[in-house]
Design a protein around this ligand. Sequence first.
Ligand SMILES: *[C@@H]1O[C@H](CO)[C@@H](O)[C@H](O)[C@H]1NC(C)=O
Ligand SMILES: *[C@@H]1O[C@H](CO)[C@@H](O)[C@H](O)[C@H]1NC(C)=O
Ligand SMILES: *[C@@H]1O[C@H](CO)[C@@H](O)[C@H](O)[C@H]1NC(C)=O
Ligand SMILES: *[C@@H]1O[C@H](CO)[C@@H](O)[C@H](O)[C@H]1NC(C)=O
Ligand SMILES: *[C@@H]1O[C@H](CO)[C@@H](O)[C@H](O)[C@H]1NC(C)=O
Length: 650
Amino acid sequence: MHGLSSLVLLGTYALQSVLGRPDASRVQGEIYKRSVDTFVATESPIALSRLLCNIGSTGCYAAGVASGIVIASPDSTNPDYFYTWTRDSALTFKEVIDTFAYDYNTTLQTEIENYSGAQAKLQGVSNPSGDLTDGGLGLGEPKFNVDETAFTGSWGRPQRDGPALRSIALITYANWLIDNGYTSTVTSILWPIIQNDLNYVAEYWNQTGYDLWEEVSGSSFFTIANQHRALVQGATLASALSKSSTAYTSVAPEILCFLQSFWSSSSGFIVANINTNDGRTGKDANTLLGSISTFDPAVGCDEATFQPCSDKALANHKVVTDSFRSVYSINSGIAEGTAVAVGRYPEDSYQGGNPWYLCTLAAAEQLYDSLIVWRSQGYIQVTSTSLAFFRDFDSSITAGTYESTSSTYTTLYDAVSTYADGYVNVVATYAATNGSLSEQFSKTDGTPLSAYDLTWSYAAFLSAANRRDGISPASWVGTGDAVPGTCAATSVVGSYTSATSTAFPASQTPQSGYTTTATLVPTTTASTSAKTTTTGTQTSTACAAASTIAVTFDDLVTTTYGETIKISGDIAALGDWDTSDAIALNANSYTSSNPLWSVTINLAAGQVIQYKYINVATDGSVTWESDPNHTVTIGASCATATTISNTWQS
Ligand SMILES: *[C@@H]1O[C@H](CO)[C@@H](O)[C@H](O)[C@H]1NC(C)=O
Ligand SMILES: *[C@@H]1O[C@H](CO)[C@@H](O)[C@H](O)[C@H]1NC(C)=O
Ligand SMILES: *[C@@H]1O[C@H](CO)[C@@H](O)[C@H](O)[C@H]1NC(C)=O
Ligand SMILES: *[C@@H]1O[C@H](CO)[C@@H](O)[C@H](O)[C@H]1NC(C)=O
Ligand SMILES: *[C@@H]1O[C@H](CO)[C@@H](O)[C@H](O)[C@H]1NC(C)=O
């Protein structure tokens, strides 16, 4: 009952009605990329419009909701999610702001500004966790009423991921404003809100709180990972605004140090909650969500920050997703290495304890993130830690580094790509036929369950779909903190002041010539991804990330007199592939034994670019070097200069 017929059915329905769902049967085995392509193309506009429906005051499902307030779901009965959560709202706006930063849109900009205003207000609302003026304690409150009053019922509080996630979202918008010349707007409106949240993180990160599922009081991987990210980004922003960053730079490495303790080397996975005794295995989609929410395309497979393609995060991906194979009957009989429905944690019983769309999408997204990095770095590294993950795709693989030119790389890349699409296909299979995504779907027959039109489900879909398309958020790690040899419980008592200036000036439009800091690593196939060697100096640990990098392009190519080598690429600075606007290299150091052409070009940090060299003859005729295009990440780091060494591809 599996295989081709179901797939064809899915594709056919997907084209005819809005979305197709093949009876009750799961699609297994080889997933046809095309059916997932169709689903993603159809679902993307639906997801964005329904996400916006859940935001006040104008959202179509948000009647009576204050401006800029995000409801978790329009559902007000069993479960009643007609409230606003700091976490869900921040994750939603992180996606909205990334979308906006990638493709400027005034409607989204007003939504973002309304969100900012609403958060400034909520920060000052006295609530059962405390007050803003009470050492910032009120910032740990997880949820509020939709009219911006305190929710006073009993709840799992505090939840300390909220301030971290909110500051990350607002910093992303702040960076966009700064890049476009609106620094004073950031200083007067955004910084006061962001600063309260950063101070909260620096003061309370080392105290227990409830996890993202609001059930376990302890220390949670998702929370700690995002707290680290918030302080790293916060320190960079503080420096850019000439504010003190000392509290953030002193605490961030200690949070990173603590983050390492979630890894259980004896069990080979990331334990979701520590400093607690919750009686669970510790396998939890919390850790997949933590890894994807701190994805930085510019730092490769960095282990300390548990980047999606780090060996620990991949080992963990296998353990967590495998833990759901036996607990849901819709997963039964599906072999390891083939996608399944993923829930929060295997012991879950909330609302029936079913798979969640956003957890299944997180499993996909972690793999798409990995594919982006592999394409951009041009190799896949397999270690003893990640061996079990990769053995699902190549049973004889051994630890080693597989260059993009190798057949092993192609095998692994293509298999992981198919595996990732498989998770999206699970969502395609069990989404409502009109594209609505609820919170859960039945573990026995896949029917949508629990809160309907869950905002976070839509945000999770959009994020995964962007990564599938090679679109990444801007880099945040910079040069990164070294993990201290010994961890310390350093915290800094902060000050908290209500953010009173909330009205944004009109017309904060993009500056001409602005190129997005979001990055695109094109989805070339494995065998054509380019390997580019990037060298730069990355030594210091505390410095402001450079916004512009002087990139020297060196190309070794033998030419004859009168010929000129130029560089042409996909950004304005490289002529947008128009050869008449290509940039000429110079032959100042050219010798017959070292035929070096070179040019230095200032490029905005945090972008991924594609380019090729061309040879222009005296008569103006152009010869392109052979495929593939070169792809390189202009990473955001302290380094203000970097050199890329290429050899003409003939
Ligand atoms: C801006 O985004 C909104 C919401 O998604 C959309 O309806 C509108 O068409 C977009 N505007 C432009 C100019 O793309
Ligand atoms: C932002 O809030 C204002 C005031 O409530 C409202 O008029 C406007 O429609 C909102 N903008 C968006 C895009 O929701
Ligand atoms: C506080 O930090 C120390 C050092 O990393 C760690 O051992 C301890 O578990 C942390 N406690 C909490 C509650 O975060
Ligand atoms: C989508 O379908 C579900 C039933 O599967 C229904 O409850 C919901 O109202 C529909 N939503 C829209 C926007 O049509
Ligand atoms: C190189 O980039 C150009 C422009 O985006 C594109 O048309 C071409 O297909 C790319 N080549 C390869 C091999 O991906």
